[in-house]
Design a protein around this ligand. Structure first.
Ligand code: ADP
Length: 378
């Protein structure tokens, strides 16, 4: 167990016209025992970052430190790191016992009895003690994933690296393994970097999440900080499902003016906007309230395009001029297609972004105030 530090870490893959800058000057420190989820869309540099930490990819610039010591020039096996892959990477001709014990045999001086004891302990932790003599082909996807995790755990490394380890499982098992894996990491207290493109996994598993786009780190924070106080429009749109709705609006004094509506904001918000003539307004589906009467201040007229019932609630797509917005509504009220409704949202919940840079100008006040956020960040 140890602190893991990425210092001004960059990676350029060689190629035409300067190559591909896959990871761009990333600074990130994981505290001892922390579970950090590295999340972002496909191609944003997650795997490259992970592979550099593992030593499977060279570092172009910057440094990687474990427990304060640079490991950037060490061979993968010298780094005291265990990696879990999406495809499990089990040896097909080996039993569960042999797969879990393989790393121990190669890298430690333990005798066969000691190795067996460790393998059996880990198998028990993972609930696979009855599968020790089975081969991977005899195991389900979930069981194979447990063996792969067991193989990582048995080595008792300083750092775990996990590359989309749950994405080959079906939805139900994935949800179950999410909880299990998080609890296991809590118990073991091993510093972990977990890579995924799935924002739900990031939100539910991470002590903190680090959001990457185009090789650049966009924000690092607790899931709720990133949800309530996104640093920019990219993070705001990436975190939260369904995604935040965005509308470009013209600023006229205390009014945000859109083709279809005007929305009055407070002096505090006007101050945050400064002299920008236009801003991007962001409202999360869960912060939109659909009302029957489309008249009234800060109520916008819209028509119902589509309703997706989910049981406890529904996702309602609304047509508002030439834009579509998604709202989350209690499932008790049903809507007809093309029905005229109104929607509104509280100023406290809305977000504003600079139209050019995407920088956040105002975030929701949510449940995370400055004090709570500061406590969480410690
Ligand atoms: P992610 O894991 O977030 O999907 P990657 O780290 O795999 O992203 O890729 C980041 C960028 O680097 C992408 O533009 C990808 O095309 C490029 N890339 C990844 N691996 C290589 C490679 N071996 N050679 C050249 N370019 C690569």
């Amino acid at each position: 167990m140890a602190q893991l530090e990425l210092a001004s870490l960059s990676k350029t893959y060689p190629g035409e016209s300067g190559g591909v800058l896959a990871v761009d000057d990333v600074d990130l420190t994981l505290e001892d025992g922390e579970f950090l989820v590295l999340v972002g869309p496909s191609g944003c540099g997650k795997s490259t970052t992970l592979r550099m930490i593992a030593g499977l990819e060279s570092v172009t610039e910057g440094d990687i430190r474990i427990g304060g010591d640079s490991v950037a020039d060490l061979e993968p096996r010298e780094r005291d790191i265990a990696m879990v892959f999406q495809n499990y990477a089990l040896y097909p001709h080996m039993t569960t016992r042999e797969n879990i014990g393989f790393g121990l045999k190669m890298t430690t001086g333990l005798d066969a009895d000691e190795r067996n004891r460790k393998v059996e302990d880990v198998a028990e932790t993972m609930g696979i003690e009855d599968l020790l003599d089975d081969h991977p082909r005899e195991l389900s996807g979930g069981q194979q994933q447990r063996v792969a995790l067991g193989r990582a755990i048995v080595r008792d490394p300083e750092v775990f690296l996990m590359d989309e380890p749950l994405s080959n499982l079906d939805a139900k098992l994935r949800t179950q393994m999410r909880t299990e894996l998080k609890a296991l990491q809590d118990d073991l207290g091993v510093t972990t970097v977990y890579v995924t493109h799935d924002q739900t996994e990031a939100m539910t598993m991470g002590d903190r999440i680090a959001i990457l786009d185009d090789g650049e780190l966009q924000q690092v924070g607790t899931p709720l900080e990133c949800y309530h106080r996104p640093a920019n429009r990219f993070v705001a749109g990436f975190i939260g499902a369904p995604s935040m709705n965005f509308l470009d609006v013209v600023v006229e004094g205390e009014l945000l003016v859109h083709d279809q509506f005007q929305y009055r904001v407070s002096a505090e918000t006007t101050e945050a906007i400064g002299d920008r003539p236009k801003v991007s307004l962001g409202v999360r589906p869960e912060d939109i309230r659909i009302v029957d009467d489309p008249a009234g201040e800060n109520v916008v007229e819209a028509s119902v395009h589509l309703v997706e019932p989910l049981g406890d609630l529904s996702h309602v797509t609304l047509n508002c001029g030439d834009r579509q917005l998604t709202a989350t509504a209690p499932s008790g009220r049903t809507y007809d297609r093309n029905e005229t409704v109104g929607f509104t949202f509280d100023e406290a919940d809305c977000h504003l972004f600079d139209i050019t840079t995407g920088e956040s100008l105002k975030t929701s006040d949510g449940t995370v105030d400055d004090e709570t956020a500061a406590v969480r960040a410690r």
